[in-house]
Design a protein around this ligand. Structure first.
Ligand code: 13P
Ligand code: SF4
Length: 311
């Protein structure tokens, strides 16, 4: 497949010419993961974006992730292959609705914790950000004398409540991909592989989480699979993760968790990025991520607090 090879070579050429770094999330298509300088979860990507000395960040993930890179790097050019790659969690919590809710419940004096899967506008309204990789630590460091409002993922929120014993009020958002896993779909694959371990993302519903041996962020799944005593492991998260896992842990039989409708779960937002679009965004330095400086500044404080608190 020569065209793909040419495209790859040309992406690497553009990367050198523009002094760019390519960051990719674990759910990206294999071709993008394989050409990236760094592949990881939202937390790892936020740290990498903060540390880089490249002039251009080509962010292969979804919009809120590229936006996070821009928030901590206002002076850099942040491009993304497809600016319409959104996230159902981000959509479930518009900034104006959150602002209105906080205004209506002013007397509560909420300490607002936002899962990183939200817009810059929502980040600007909260006290601290978390990712699935550090949510427990962040909640443990919340002030004891204030009620917590956790936005936008109710599943991650309830999992953190189970882990910490800390009560929180939960925004009723969900990831449309992870809620497709059901007790029935995981039970069915367990019957096929009766000795398999199960690892699940905390965005999965309670009925799925309780069937799992481990619930964790995508990056932590690598350690779990590496150290797991079982040879068969069912992975209940987005399908892109299987490529990363099979590279890192080649000696295990890694089985995509099925949904009731499909043999694996794809996030159509994550899959909007292609090598062609990555090439185009590097060549044209467009589309870029932009936001009003006032919003960026207000969103930066809770992000930096997260990076500090999760060290
Ligand atoms: P991680 O931070 O665990 O990679 O999760 C990101 C995400 O979008 C999960 O759906
Ligand atoms: Fe958002 Fe879910 Fe896609 Fe992750 S998998 S980007 S949470 S829609």
């Amino acid at each position: 497949d020569t065209p793909t090879l040419d495209l790859r070579d040309d992406i690497l050429r553009l990367k050198r010419e523009k002094n760019a770094v390519i960051l990719a999330h674990n759910y990206q298509i294999p071709e993008i993961q394989d050409i990236a300088d760094y592949v990881g979860d939202s937390l790892g990507l936020a740290y990498k974006a903060k540390e880089t000395d490249a002039d251009v960040i080509a962010f292969c993930g979804v919009h809120f992730m590229a936006e996070t890179a821009k928030i901590v790097n206002p002076g850099k050019t942040v491009v993304l292959p497809d600016k319409d790659a959104g996230c159902s969690l981000e959509e479930s919590c518009p900034a104006d609705e959150l602002a209105e809710f906080l205004e209506t419940h002013k007397e509560k004096n909420y300490y607002v914790i936002a899962y990183i899967n939200c817009s810059a506008g929502v980040k600007a309204l909260c006290d601290v950000i978390c990712t699935s990789g550090n949510a427990v630590r962040i909640v443990e460091q919340a002030p004891q004398d204030r009620p917590i409002l956790f936005v936008p993922d109710q599943n991650l929120g309830s999992w953190v409540m189970e882990q910490t014993g800390r009560k929180m009020d939960l925004w009723q958002g969900a990831c449309y991909v992870h809620v497709e896993f059901t007790r029935n779909s995981i039970r069915t694959i367990q019957e096929e592989y009766p000795h398999a371990a199960v690892v699940a993302h905390p965005e999965c519903p309670y009925a799925v989480r309780i069937l799992a041996d481990e619930v964790c962020s995508t990056e932590k799944m690598i350690d779990f699979c590496r150290n797991c005593e079982k040879d068969d492991i069912i992975v209940a998260t987005e399908s892109g993760m299987l490529h990363r896992l099979r590279k890192e842990v080649p000696n295990k039989n890694l089985i995509p968790g099925p949904t009731d409708k499909c043999s694996c779960a794809d996030c159509h937002f994550m899959k909007m990025n292609t090598l062609e679009k990555l090439h185009a965004c590097l060549e044209n330095l467009s589309p870029t991520v932009e936001m009003p400086e006032e919003v960026r500044k207000r969103a930066e404080a809770p992000l930096l607090r997260m990076l500090e608190q999760s060290k």
